[in-house]
Design a protein around this ligand. Structure first.
Ligand SMILES: CC(C)(COP(=O)(O)OP(=O)(O)OC[C@H]1O[C@@H](n2cnc3c(N)ncnc32)[C@H](O)[C@@H]1OP(=O)(O)O)[C@@H](O)C(=O)NCCC(=O)NCCS
Length: 251
């Protein structure tokens, strides 16, 4: 889906950024883990297949994907790739029911689990889906042995609607309406949504000239930064970090 291709959502502890090709190598490393393959019911892919998958998800209007960054790491480093900790996705599987989305979450970095990141990323995505993609019902399919994930979704109000013995999978659903809608809006009222401009949203080749221009820009932006201020400077900050990490990746 291209609608979120320049959308960055800044929460309390996590930041969601669109899944781009420069995220793929790290993502691919994660997905070599047999534990993650099992928990997310995923097949192992080669690096080339992972690039193809990212590209097809990006172009597919029925899939909305974000990479989850650890905001604390991101604030203390300049490296978006190092700060990656998982992903969160929506799948619009039924063309006749465009307001129903399957939601999926993965906190891939084990050191990032149990810190509230999964819960926050899910809430941010549910809020984004509700407000920007007009989702009115979420569906989650979770392995019946995945007690942590089942606990998380149930805590957010999802209810079991069926169990597949064949796939050893539980289906849970949540209607986005009434009190829940109000609660979600209130919980997410602190979110900052930043629309990256074209320059920031695309990796660029890194020449010496680019680097010099970037350093000049970095020092100007850095002098205006106040990381404790949640206001306009955060937007400078997001652009600054984005630019730095992309320069490094494309170098
Ligand atoms: C499942 C997963 C998304 C949870 O994310 P997380 O960041 O670790 O979880 P959070 O810290 O946000 O905790 C949210 C809730 O999950 C449950 N939970 C988290 N860790 C738990 C644990 N070790 N044991 C039991 N429940 C746990 C709790 O209900 C918790 O709520 P609480 O802190 O208010 O009690 C994450 O662990 C994960 O991605 N694991 C690997 C892949 C996976 O299973 N993906 C889901 C596929 S459907």
């Amino acid at each position: 889906m291209r609608i979120n291709e320049r959308t960055c959502i800044i929460g309390t502890n996590v930041v969601l950024v669109p899944y781009k090709d420069f995220h793929v190598p790290r993502y691919h490393e994660w997905m070599k883990s047999t534990e993650l393959q099992e928990l997310t019911a995923s097949e192992p892919l080669s690096l080339e297949e992972e690039y193809e998958m990212q590209k097809s998800w990006f172009q597919d209007e029925n899939k909305c994907t974000f990479i989850m960054l650890d905001k604390g790491k991101w604030a203390s480093s300049t490296d978006e790739i190092e700060s990656m900790c998982g992903d969160v996705n929506l799948f619009f599987n039924d063309p006749d029911e465009p307001s129903i989305a399957e939601i999926e979450i993965m906190v891939a970095e084990s050191s990032s689990r149990g810190k509230g990141f999964g819960k926050e990323a899910l809430l941010i995505m549910m809020h984004y889906g509700m407000d920007s993609l007009k989702v009115s019902r979420y569906v989650a399919k979770i392995g019946e042995k995945n007690k942590v994930s089942l606990g998380l979704f149930k805590k957010l109000g999802f209810q079991e609607t069926s169990v597949s013995k064949v796939f050893q999978e539980v289906t849970l659903e949540l209607e986005v309406k009434g009190q829940f809608q109000d609660w979600l809006r209130e919980q997410m009222s602190h979110l900052q949504i930043v629309h990256l401009n074209q320059e920031d949203a695309r990796p660029r080749p890194c020449s010496t000239r680019d680097l010099t221009a970037f350093k000049r820009r970095e020092s100007t932006a850095a002098s205006r930064l106040d990381l404790h201020d949640q206001g306009a400077s955060l937007i400078d900050w997001i652009h600054l970090h984005r630019s730095i990490s992309q320069l490094f990746v494309s170098n």
